[in-house]
Design a protein around this ligand. Structure first.
Ligand SMILES: O=P(O)(O)OC[C@H]1O[C@H](OP(=O)(O)OP(=O)(O)O)[C@H](O)[C@@H]1O
Ligand SMILES: Nc1nc2[nH]cnc2c(=O)[nH]1
Length: 178
């Protein structure tokens, strides 16, 4: 599987070290107030698992699954909820946990959707962000790494449902696409 990678952009050690920093900053930010971690399936599964284990204390967790539709392309900005939260977030601090902000369209929609439910606050933590790919500005408080505008896999991110279990983030070799 690793042989399908062209280049490792971020190593396992770099990911874990950065998540530990983010976990500390997040914990300090909420200063003892409860916050709900909201993961976006499926890509955020590994970020959620490692980020929440790096927190100095407990935080509850919930999940959403969404899908783009309409034009058929990903991240069209038109989003459908496949699995909604189990939790009522009214009056609660919500921290959305994502693997990647690419165009920003998915997260822009999710954030607006969650904000319409009258939470106390909504913030975002993403492991990866592609500044050059942004189609909408996203106010994201915690970003692990800004990366170039290349398609990446690993650490939760897939290509045709493969490579999510890689411990690194990297780009795929051309032979994989042919
Ligand atoms: O900023 P955007 O251009 O909207 O792209 C980001 C979205 O794309 C990925 O999800 P994907 O649709 O690949 O689903 P997955 O998490 O189930 O792999 C990622 O997890 C984000 O949700
Ligand atoms: N696997 C993967 N999914 C994405 N969704 C949005 N951008 C990306 C990316 O670079 N890689």
């Amino acid at each position: 599987m690793g042989a399908d990678l062209e280049r490792v952009l971020i190593t396992e050690e770099e990911i874990q070290a950065r998540l530990a920093e983010l976990a500390r900053e997040i914990w300090d930010h909420y200063a003892g107030e409860e916050f709900l971690l909201v993961g976006v399936l499926k890509g955020a599964v590994l970020v959620m698992a490692d980020l929440m284990r790096a927190l100095p204390g407990s935080a509850p967790m919930d999940w959403m699954a969404v899908s783009s539709y309409g034009s058929g392309t990903k991240s069209s900005g038109v989003v459908r909820i496949l699995k909604d939260l189990d939790t009522d977030i009214t009056g609660r601090h919500v921290l959305i946990v994502e693997d990647i902000i690419d165009s920003g369209l998915t997260l822009s929609w999710i954030r607006a959707n969650l904000e319409s439910r009258q939470p106390k606050s909504v913030e975002i933590c993403t492991l990866l962000r592609k500044p050059e790919a942004a189609k909408v500005e996203i106010d994201c408080k915690w970003v692990g790494f800004d990366i170039p505008n290349d398609f990446v896999v690993g650490y939760g991110l897939d290509y045709a449902e493969k490579y999510r279990n890689l411990r690194v983030v990297g780009t795929l070799a051309p032979h994989v696409y042919s």
